[in-house]
Design a protein around this ligand. Sequence first.
Ligand SMILES: Nc1ncnc2c1ncn2[C@@H]1O[C@H](COP(=O)(O)OP(=O)(O)OP(=O)(O)O)[C@@H](O)[C@H]1O
Length: 317
Amino acid sequence: MIEVRGLTMRYGGTLAVDDLTFTVKPGLVTGFLGPNGAGKSTTMRAVLGLEIPAAGAALVDGRPYASLRRPMHTMGALLDAGAVHGGRTARAHLGCLARSNGIGPRRVAAVLDQVGLEDVADRRISGFSLGMKQRLGIAAALLGDPPVLMFDEPLNGLDPEGIRWIRDLLRSLAAQDRTVLLSSHLMNELALTADHVVVIGRGRLISDTTTDALAERFQRDVLVRATRSERLAEILRAHGATVTAEHVDPTTPDRPGDGGLSVRGLDAAGIGDLALRAGIALRELTPRSASLEEAFMELTADSVEYGSRPATAEVAR
Ligand SMILES: Nc1ncnc2c1ncn2[C@@H]1O[C@H](COP(=O)(O)OP(=O)(O)OP(=O)(O)O)[C@@H](O)[C@H]1O
């Protein structure tokens, strides 16, 4: 488990993280989302004890990382895949880390195999692509077989196959009841991987919820244009839908205008069936939902505009 409690981090006059509180639980993949500069890396550095908080704390299994007796066996982390000695081979790099943490060469071979680098294990890291370096960084994080894993932007620079591979790996680690936290600024990619999402903006918590709940919150409506839209609106309302005119004619504000009807509470198929039964011809039937990327943009835009609002700021439409 990772616990961030009232964490506040400053760089000179910059408030990078502002009274941030969240918990990352085992058995789930938790996404840590925020636009560039939101404070994700700073929070992760605080979890690793690389920065001293101005206030609050970040704990791994209830303790500051720096006080862990066997840190590599408790939490594995990848912060910057590029920060490796390019002159070494992958095997030498992992071997060096392993030796200094009392881990044997068999484990090095096992993690090289797990991340798919066994064929290039004896090549110099300087010739590695970013994707290979990400895999190497993940191998290093896995060396101590830790129950807690934390990765900063592990999807960066990966091709679709690499992204799928990381996704499967993270899900399998969570299925083993490990705690898995990964940061990203790409909501759509995270949405396919994470069960839970912690969203921050300007160092503050914006949302801490399940990925499904976030998607549901941003579900929109179905746009309907029909020959007899007033009659259709009545029928849809009688079946429990909420119907509003998309563009209201100012001279007849109670009547649907040419813009069609915005319908919530019934799906496109249900609306189509009801219209057919009533003999009403449809000209358009378009389900509209915000993509998670749009949801994320809306969430974080809100934090930028109304930075002092509480975490539960109304963002749903
Ligand atoms: N070493 C530093 N010195 C000064 N300011 C810093 C330092 N590191 C980060 N910051 C500032 O702190 C804030 C948070 O940065 P941080 O890198 O944690 O954000 P992030 O969410 O990880 O962004 P990115 O997705 O771009 O990595 C930013 O305003 C950044 O400019």
